[in-house]
Write a protein of this length. Structure first.
Length: 269
């Protein structure tokens, strides 16, 4: 609607009230016409939007076709921990060392923390990744506890120990706008670039070095035949790859939640 159309639209009720008053003055006299004009003016005033009260900001108008941005929830699909994801355009104070420890502990010992190790244990057993573990239920339990320890070690080194030393912020700040490729690139870039406690972009030592150290530490509890440089590099790459996929999923989770579940907050807890 053009500005001229808006002025015509707003002025129309007042115009008709004046016409009514003129007609009334002709038919019923001046006194009655004044009453009718006052009634019409009151009706026109009631049709206008209320002005903001003092100290109250006017609600921003939503632009037609603007991107819809839902907030992050604390869990994805009500199961997967999403405690470190920050909603788009949300500004938070610097992350304390205590907060880094808490989020690493949540990701390691939350009730859902068993799901990824359970899947990896089944996959590795099916591929006979570590022949020394053998097959069957006993073999699966060995794969399972090794995968769980791998995950816990990686969480504490990537999310707490190295970031605390390097003064890095371990949270994932959602971009939330732009095309698929732009947002995917932003999420994957988080593997090597993160924010420090001062809010500046820095090399993600926590992710790159922390996961590498974790892969090296795993040699302490795997069979001696598996303690090779190749296996260590494979574990390092697996850890970084899982985290990269997780960042991308976190980036698009609010959109998925909005499209499939209409922005439900049922997954917040």
């Amino acid at each position: 609607m053009t500005p001229t159309s808006i002025r015509i639209f707003l002025a129309a009720p007042l115009f008709f009230s004046v016409c009514n008053a003129s007609l009334a003055q002709t038919l019923v006299g001046p006194a009655s016409s004044e009453v009718l004009m006052a009634s019409n003016a009151a009706a026109y005033s009631s049709s206008l939007p209320e002005a903001p009260q003092p100290g109250q900001a006017a609600a921003p108008a939503q632009t037609e076709g603007a991107e819809h941005q839902d907030p992050q929830t604390k869990r994805i699909l009500g199961i997967i921990p999403n405690f470190r994801a920050v909603s788009a355009n949300q500004h938070l104070p610097p992350q304390s060392v205590k907060e880094k420890f808490i989020t690493a502990s949540q990701d390691s010992f939350d009730y859902s923390s068993i799901f990824v190790p359970a899947l990896l244990a089944g996959y590795n057993q099916a591929r006979n990744e570590t022949p020394e573990f053998h097959q069957g239920g006993v073999g699966y339990s060995r794969y399972l506890w090794h995968s769980f320890v791998d995950q816990t070690s990686e969480n504490y080194l990537v999310e707490f120990i190295v970031p605390a030393i390097a003064h890095e912020d371990t949270r994932y700040y959602t971009l939330g706008s732009g095309g698929f490729l732009k947002r995917s690139g932003y999420a994957l870039k988080h593997v090597v670039v993160t924010r420090n406690d001062a809010g500046k972009d820095v090399f993600n030592a926590g992710e790159v070095l922390g996961s590498g150290i974790s892969a090296g530490v795993s040699n302490l509890y795997y069979p001696s035949g598996e303690r090779t440089a190749g296996n260590t590099l494979d574990q390092w790459g697996l850890d970084v790859g899982i985290d990269a996929f997780t960042f991308a999923f976190k980036e698009f989770w609010p959109d998925i939640n909005h499209k499939l579940f209409h922005g439900s907050q049922a997954f917040a807890k």
